[in-house]
Write a protein that binds this ligand. Structure first.
Ligand code: MG
Length: 455
């Protein structure tokens, strides 16, 4: 498989040995040192086999470029963000290609507030990547320290904002599928703190993924079977860097990753109302839930930082992305599967509910998502112009690709479609939602057919 280096607001992703090379590792280290102008930089990584070598090279480049490195080892992406904030560091780098296949690795760049670099900041970083750099002399090189408290810091942050006593009382039996990723060590510890009996599945931290890396229903067969086999109350699935969370109910049915943010939104707004921020591709169930509590919802471009930035501006109560990314400002402004786990268990405890009952209490919509492989960024202007004309009576949003909310269309009404190029993979995404699976499939096949022809 061959693919170009993917550079976007989600960082820099490449295939190891092709575009992810030692030269790139060094260039990223020195450019980031220039970006933060020296000082402390936190480095963490997921469990991928290539992560160790990349981390050593990156740490070396950062130190030779004048930064003091704090190495926190194998940790979830949100843990790096938390440690940057906790230590008052100038920034952080997460070495993780998240849900991309095993041959990929990547750098995600964190600024001093613990948020990822936004569009403006990352553009500046990309310019520095191409610029000349003057290394300091021997006396200006940085130091290396290890910080071993990051797991406990993260667990405490989550436990501080939920009713631990109430969760402990329920004595939940939980199956955890960490896909042998960065959540494999910290998450069982969190669950034990919450009084759960943990049945680990794929919690070996080896970085070889025994299932598809994304926690989407088709990759959760093992988890579903295990939940049924051990009669668990719930199954949790993470992606390799543990920022995304998917849930399997007590009957072994995956509830769909969109319903992670839906459950948490319902729970947090019922505790205390406030604003909600989600991206353009997230389920409209969140809007329906927010309207129960008179809460305003703002939609942003896709990409965690776009949501987090808007949440900061609007002082949002809750936000996130429908791909299982829960962002709670009371923990940290970043997608965090551990925060999601804490809130979902707290909700089940507070409502004395099963997962299936909690999900059944939410507005029901069904999504269909797909992707079409493309080379580079496709030129979509002609296609989008035609769609604007064809669907001129509907609500169209074009801040990120094209989203059409069908408000009048005879067949598609109440549904929507979002068409956009991916930030992280060389693919074009088609995301649709309808009243049920047949409705979503009807909308999907119309647009998939159209894109297929234009490609
Ligand atoms: Mg991820």
């Amino acid at each position: 498989m061959s693919a170009p280096l993917m550079k976007s607001v989600s960082g820099i992703r490449g295939i190891v040995g092709e575009t992810m090379t030692p030269e790139l590792v060094t260039a990223v280290g020195r450019a980031f040192a220039a970006f933060v102008k020296g000082g402390t930089v936190v480095v963490g990584r997921d469990s991928r086999r290539t992560g160790g070598a990349i981390s050593l090279g990156l740490q070396s480049a950062l130190m030779l470029a004048g930064c003091d490195v704090v190495d926190i080892g194998i940790v979830p992406t949100p843990t790096v963000q938390l440690v940057v904030e906790e230590l008052g560091a100038k920034g952080g780098i997460v070495i993780s290609a998240s849900h991309n296949p095993i041959e990929w690795n990547a750098f995600k760049l964190v600024g001093p507030s613990g948020l990822f670099l936004n569009e403006k900041e990352i553009a500046k970083f990309f310019a520095l990547l191409e610029a000349d750099f003057r290394y300091p002399r021997w006396s200006g090189t940085g130091s290396l320290t290890r910080y071993d408290d990051s797991h406990m810091l993260h667990i405490k942050k989550v436990c501080d904002v939920i009713d631990v006593k109430a969760v402990k009382k329920r004595k939940f039996k939980v199956v955890l599928d960490s896909v042998n990723g960065a959540g494999a060590v910290i998450t069982p510890r969190l669950l034990e703190e919450l009084g759960c009996t943990v049945v680990p599945l794929n919690c070996d931290c080896t970085g070889t993924f025994p299932r598809g890396a994304e926690p989407v229903p088709e990759n959760l067969t093992m988890l579903s079977e295990k939940v049924r086999e051990v009669k668990a109350d719930i199954g949790f699935a993470q992606d390799p860097d543990a920022d995304r969370l998917a849930i399997v109910d007590e009957t072994g049915r995956p509830i769909g990753e969109e319903y992670t943010i839906a459950l948490v939104t319902e729970h947090l707004l019922s505790k205390q109302p406030g604003r909600v921020v989600i991206n353009l591709s997230t389920t409209k169930a969140v809007e329906a839930i927010a309207s129960r509590y008179g809460a305003k919802v703002k939609r942003t471009k896709v990409g965690e930082i776009n949501v987090a930035d808007e949440m900061r501006k609007r002082r949002a109560r809750i936000g996130g992305e429908g791909n299982g990314g829960v962002i709670s400002p009371e923990v940290h402004l970043g997608r965090d599967s551990l925060a999601g786990i804490g809130y979902v268990l707290e909700m089940l405890a507070a409502r004395k509910a099963t997962v299936s009952a909690a999900v059944a209490s939410l507005p029901q919509y069904t999504m269909k998502k797909g992707k079409v492989p493309v080379a580079g960024k496709p030129d979509t202007s002609a296609l989008f112009d035609a769609l604007r004309q064809e669907f001129k009576n509907e609500t169209i949003t074009d801040i990120d690709g094209l989203r059409i909310d069908f408000i009048r269309h005879e067949k598609f009404r109440d549904g929507w479609v979002h068409l956009r190029s991916s930030n992280t993979e060389p693919v074009f995404r088609i995301i649709t939602e309808g009243r049920d699976s047949a409705h979503a499939a009807q909308i999907y096949s119309y647009f998939a057919g159209m894109i297929g022809k234009k490609k």
